[in-house]
Design a protein around this ligand. Structure first.
Ligand code: HEC
Ligand code: HEC
Ligand code: HEC
Ligand code: HEC
Ligand code: HEC
Length: 361
């Protein structure tokens, strides 16, 4: 009986709650909230716990809704799921924690709600720079494991330790005209970051149907910008967003030449003869496998990548996780130089178009 009720409630949630482009709408409060966590003397939390939960919710935590065993991304449901298996089938642009949940630390971020800390990396992010202006906290060595949001997390306000405190109100805030001014008005509740959100989180996707990321073409002077998708990653992996070879801090410094793979570099500004101009099947094209950013993001259908195509951290990585080590978007081990095998024109070769065996896209 209880099980049946649970399934019915979950289904209702999937069908009626929310709208990807704006605040949650069209769903009664009772679908997600409980005032006392008690009805007819029974808990109203979906996991059956009698303890009241944060924000008076019926889920114990973020993944109680976003990695639900009873919800699968299907293109029309409205609670984006982060535990699917295949991009474009049941997994969205951010990727999936599936492999971390299954115990493979290398394939995703080890978020505390889903698994214990990464056995190889521990709690402190690789490339961590606590003096970086955007650093999420100022621990020299992290005192806590990575969480979804807050002081030790990616989403929400980093001044708030509590995961729900960090996103308070965001789910109910209209998110049209994202300007980064509040968590709800930030790209995917990533505080201060901007961009254009694909309506179904890239459940359906193509060269004209995708998220539009923000990047800046940085130069030696530094001109970093705190609202780009790569800056989000730099809030924890600061050193990897810098070009310099030594680990001098703060890691926002730039140098020439790059001694780490460039991010926030504009490929269209490179020589016309360079291999990079063949990105996206030639000028103006775009690849959802190796996405690039614009300095002024507009909706994908109108986005023009002929004048600008900026490399970002998410050009190669998926934020949550992927089937590949290091959260990569493709099988790096399969990228063999100068061959015409299955990897031709994929992965690294989306940009390094002449490094595979067929010298073009
Ligand atoms: C689809 C699920 C869902 C529905 C339906 C829903 N909420 Fe929420 N609500 C949330 C989540 C998730 C949070 C916590 C995260 C946040 O604050 O963004 C929240 C937080 C809140 C908060 C605390 C944050 C703030 O804005 O102060 C209030 C108050 C609230 N909801 C009221 C309501 C009311 C009233 C209704 C019905 C009219 C409602 N909610 C319907 C999911 C929902
Ligand atoms: C009660 C269910 C529920 C819980 C718990 C919940 N969410 Fe959500 N979340 C939703 C729904 C519904 C949406 C889609 C509507 C929307 O975009 O606001 C959503 C959307 C999101 C999005 C995507 C926003 C966008 O721009 O598309 C993020 C990021 C997110 N939630 C983070 C969190 C975090 C972090 C927590 C925990 C602190 C959390 N959620 C807890 C129901 C929930
Ligand atoms: C709030 C801090 C935080 C942010 C923001 C963050 N990361 Fe991480 N990242 C970590 C921590 C902590 C680890 C080490 C533990 C683990 O693997 O979860 C890590 C590990 C990684 C790893 C190695 C994973 C492995 O297991 O080998 C990659 C790759 C990575 N992050 C990429 C990114 C990218 C790309 C972004 C931006 C989309 C990003 N990170 C944003 C905290 C963060
Ligand atoms: C050109 C593709 C590419 C780009 C762009 C890129 N990475 Fe990586 N990243 C990789 C590869 C490949 C690895 C595997 C280790 C290596 O080759 O150094 C990796 C490894 C990592 C790791 C794990 C390091 C460890 O010790 O396990 C982190 C963290 C990381 N990247 C973060 C970032 C961040 C942050 C950015 C943006 C500032 C970024 N990456 C941009 C390809 C990329
Ligand atoms: C989104 C486009 C993009 C992707 C994907 C990409 N790169 Fe790059 N890569 C660049 C750009 C742009 C440069 C800098 C070119 C310049 O400064 O002239 C670069 C530079 C490099 C360099 C240094 C070249 C030099 O001149 O010093 C290496 C090595 C490299 N990439 C390897 C890789 C590998 C391996 C992968 C796959 C894991 C990869 N890249 C994926 C765009 C990309």
């Amino acid at each position: 009986m209880k099980k049946r009720l649970f399934i019915l409630l979950s289904m209702a949630l999937v069908m009626f709650a929310g709208n990807a482009l704006a605040a949650i709408s069209g769903a009664p409060c009772v679908e997600c909230h409980t005032m006392h966590n008690s009805q007819n003397g029974e808990p109203m939390r979906w996991d059956g716990s009698a303890d009241p939960a944060s924000a008076l919710l019926r889920a114990a935590n973020c993944t109680g809704c976003h990695a639900s065993a009873t919800i699968t991304n299907n293109g029309s449901n409205v609670i984006p799921q982060v535990d699917g298996a295949v991009y474009g089938t049941d997994t969205t642009a951010g990727g999936s924690f599936k492999w971390v949940i299954d115990g493979d630390d290398a394939k995703g971020h080890n978020v505390d709600e889903l698994n214990i800390a990464d056995a190889a990396l521990g709690q402190t992010p690789p490339g961590w720079d606590e003096t970086h202006p955007g650093a999420v906290n100022d621990d020299v060595t992290w005192a806590q494991q990575l969480s979804c949001s807050g002081t030790y997390g990616c989403h929400g306000d980093h001044d708030e330790l509590d995961t729900f405190g960090a996103v308070q109100g965001a789910h109910h805030e209209p998110s049209d005209g994202l300007d980064g001014s509040t968590v709800g008005k930030s790209y995917r509740f990533l505080s201060g970051i901007v961009g254009v959100e694909d309506e179904d989180w890239e459940f359906t996707n193509s060269a004209t149907d995708h998220n539009v990321y923000k990047g800046v073409a940085r130069n030696e002077g530094g001109n970093d910008s705190a609202d780009t998708i790569s800056y989000l990653c730099a809030e924890c992996h600061g050193k990897f967003h810098a070009a310099e070879g030594i680990n001098a801090l703060p890691s926002t410094n730039m140098s020439n030449p790059w001694l780490r793979h460039p991010t926030d570099i504009d490929m269209r500004a490179l020589p016309a003869s360079s291999e990079y101009q063949q990105y996206g099947l030639g000028i103006g094209g775009y690849s959802v496998e190796a996405p690039v950013a614009l300095s002024n993001p507009v909706a994908a259908a109108n986005a023009d990548y002929s004048a600008e195509a900026i490399v970002t951290c998410v050009s190669c990585h998926r934020a949550h996780g992927s089937p590949y080590d290091d959260l990569l978007r493709w099988d790096y081990a399969g990228m063999e130089a100068g061959t015409t095998g299955a990897a031709v024109n994929t992965g690294c070769f989306r940009c390094h178009t002449t490094k595979d065996g067929d010298n073009s896209l």
